[in-house]
Design a protein around this ligand. Structure first.
Ligand SMILES: [Zn+2]
Length: 419
């Protein structure tokens, strides 16, 4: 049992009070809770928010942070990232994942949605070692040399591990331009049968959107809908180059969009995801960082700010996306997309909690939510609780050796690109 005492709690309402945690869940929120806890955290002057949720990432890509800079997406993938990834071992993936999990925790993130080319067990074990919640999947693609439909289906089936309290498997297809029609349909069917989430990159660039139109006579979401994968258990990353008809379709199907503004800007993909239009159409809007190679950090604080700024800029409308909607995208909508009963500080919910300290950048407090979106930074994150367990205290990791993780990652990253 953990008692967080005297925090400013950003829950259904914003109150000053205590949070009592028992058996992984929030048992009580209120003033002067008298229960005797095993551990009491004095949170006077601190802000308690739900742990942030990152709905699209490639954790091991932390090893490529700063590698292959200043290149457009397709050139960057083909000439830099894919050749280096081809040399990656499962151990490299474990090292890169540990680095990403610690970085995310130090940025206030408690839950993530992962897609990668290999190393499923290593990513899962590393998440459990750190104590982080997440969904992990193998990104399938059969239209790339060295990969086949049969091989990908076999890999997909083998990648489905036994879920734990913290980590669950999912099914991912890399993108419509790297996967055959048959593979997308079969993977989607398998995910439905096994009641797993389906995750995919869609319409990240204009070229990709036009290529799908040329090859299949339909815009990407119409094509994917015909293959049966656009539904409320699907998470689509980017989805920036879309028609109004596709937005209406995604909304009607109640699918999830993972907006990754920082990666899109950095890879110069041009289109700004029409976030407000998706929300109005009924889609579940969430936020992702993408991999650290195209970001180059894993911060949902930066992502929230960029989401708001880009929407204002795109529509020439300052009130296009209220701060409350952005905060929901980074918390409860993300938890809902991944199927976890978290993302909000409410009695009975999973205890995934981020405690922030009020540094100079959060003073004064005219509007606490506006401060969280437009002023807060990872450095404000002081403590992290995931599944009712204290993972970081006063910015010190309690579950893993951060210095060793940093040292291993530096060595592995340098070795990987010179192999
Ligand atoms: Zn991605």
């Amino acid at each position: 049992m953990i008692l967080i005492r005297d925090a400013t709690i950003v829950g259904d309402r914003i109150i000053e009070g205590d949070i009592l945690i028992e058996d992984g869940r929030i048992r009580e929120i209120g003033k002067d809770i008298s229960e005797k806890a095993d551990e009491t955290i004095d949170a006077k002057g601190k802000i308690a928010i739900p742990g942030l949720v990152n709905t699209h990432t490639h954790v091991a890509m932390t090893l490529f942070r700063g590698y292959g800079e200043d290149l457009p997406l397709h050139e960057w993938l083909q000439n830099k990232i894919w050749p280096a990834e081809a040399k990656m071992t499962a151990e490299d993936i474990r090292v890169g994942s540990l680095l990403a999990y610690v970085e995310m925790i130090k940025s206030g993130i408690t839950c993530f949605n992962e897609m990668y080319i290999a190393g499923i067990n290593e990513m899962k074990e590393a998440a459990e070692e750190v104590g982080m919640r997440g969904v992990i999947s193998l990104g399938l693609f059969d239209l790339v040399p060295g990969h086949s439909y049969e091989g990908e289906i076999k890999g997909m089936k083998e990648s489905i591990f036994k879920p734990s309290e913290l980590v669950r498997p999912a099914v991912s297809c890399h993108a419509p331009y790297t996967c055959s029609k048959e593979l997308i349909a079969e993977a989607g069917k398998f995910a439905k049968e096994k009641k797993l989430k389906f995750h995919m990159h869609v319409s990240e660039t204009r070229k990709e959107m036009l290529d799908v139109l040329k090859a299949h006579g339909k815009y990407p979401f119409e094509y994917l809908d015909e293959l049966g994968v656009v539904h409320e258990d699907s998470i689509f990353a980017h989805a920036s180059w879309v028609t109004k008809r596709e937005i209406a379709l995604v909304g009607k199907r109640k699918a999830t969009i993972s907006n990754n503004p920082e990666s899109n800007l950095k890879l110069a993909t041009g289109g700004i995801c029409p976030v407000r239009e998706y929300i109005d159409a009924g889609a579940n809007l969430t936020l992702g960082t993408d991999g650290a190679a195209s970001n180059n950090s894993l911060s949902i604080f930066e992502t929230m700010k960029l989401m708001g700024l880009l929407q204002k800029h795109r529509y020439w409308k300052a009130d296009i996306l209220p701060t409350g909607k952005i905060f929901e995208s980074a918390t409860i909508n993300g938890a809902k997309a991944l199927g976890f009963d978290a993302g909000v500080l409410r009695e009975g919910k999973l205890a995934d909690i981020t405690l922030l300290k009020r540094d100079v950048n959060l003073v004064p407090e005219h509007d606490i939510i506006a401060n969280l979106i437009y002023a807060a930074e990872p450095q404000n994150v002081n403590d992290i609780i995931i599944n009712g367990k204290l993972i970081m205290r006063n910015r010190e990791m309690l579950t893993v050796d951060e210095e060793k993780i940093k040292k291993d990652a530096e060595k592995t990253a340098k070795d990987l690109v010179s192999r």
